[in-house]
Design a protein around this ligand. Structure first.
Ligand SMILES: [Zn+2]
Length: 262
């Protein structure tokens, strides 16, 4: 009886995950560009290592905050945001509008405005085509695109998968990260979030540095939070105007509710 119940539960979980994945990834009548194909393969690879959190309410919330930021400057992309079920502290952007953030990182945050900065930094990577440009530079995308147009396609997927694995293990150059911080602050401010929350995020990450193995990959692929903070402060982020406190109360109440969902 218990075995049967466990089986039913795992089947339910499996079908729910597949459903979330299918809704998230697929879109009928949507012609995919090579950039989106690259992004989809990279996102699928990341989700193969850490699956999406099963709570639909949690995924809806991440998408609400993400779309609030991306809708003002969508770059013509079809944006999809996802929350990954892992204690690792990290966030990923893949070409074509895919943004993934880990539960481990979200649990370090104290407000919706801080989450907005994390997502806005990733949105900026997509808008600036930071990862896709690296793929092109490696000439792997070019080869893969030709293969993708061919009837077989398998070889193309393998090449793209290999290219994306290299980027996410090695990271981008420092200037791309500083650029994503700077544009991320602009995007979140335009969307009505408090730009000062970016300082809170980087200060909190700085405290994790050095002694938390959950953030190892993040620190290996990004400049140190202290360096990012210095660079951001030079842009005058702390002097930008703040939104009204009443909106902040509402945002923080739904953020606290969101944290109870996973
Ligand atoms: Zn980054």
């Amino acid at each position: 009886m218990i075995g049967k119940r466990n089986y039913m539960w795992s089947m339910l979980r499996l079908s729910m995950c597949s459903w979330i994945f299918a809704v998230w990834i697929s879109s009928p009548a949507f012609a995919q560009t090579d950039e989106e194909k690259v992004g989809e393969i990279a996102a699928a690879r990341i989700m193969g290592a850490a699956p999406l959190v099963e709570s639909l309410a949690a995924q809806r919330y991440i998408n609400l905050v993400g779309h609030t930021i991306a809708q003002l400057n969508d770059g013509g992309f079809k944006w999809r945001f996802g929350l990954l079920r892992t204690d690792s502290v990290n966030a990923f952007a893949t070409p074509g509008g895919f943004v993934l953030v880990t539960a481990g990182l979200v649990k370090q945050l104290q407000s919706e405005d801080e989450l907005a900065f994390v997502l806005a930094h990733e949105v900026a990577h997509v808008l600036r085509r930071h990862h896709y440009r690296v793929v092109i530079r490696q000439r792997l995308a070019e080869t893969a695109a030709k293969n993708l147009q061919a009837a077989t396609g398998d070889l193309g997927n393998a090449a793209l998968s290999q290219a994306s694995a290299q980027i996410y293990a090695r990271g981008l150059d420092k200037s791309s990260e500083f650029e994503a911080d700077r544009q991320g602050v602009e995007l979140m401010t335009q969307a009505g979030y408090d730009p000062a929350a970016s300082i809170g995020v980087l200060e909190r990450l700085q405290k994790l540095k050095g002694d938390d193995p959950r953030a190892e990959l993040l620190f290996a692929t990004h400049p140190s939070p202290a360096e990012r903070l210095d660079t951001l402060l030079q842009t005058g982020v702390d002097a930008l105007s703040r939104p009204s406190p009443s909106g902040e109360l509402q945002r923080n109440s739904r953020f606290r509710q969101f944290l109870t969902l996973f």
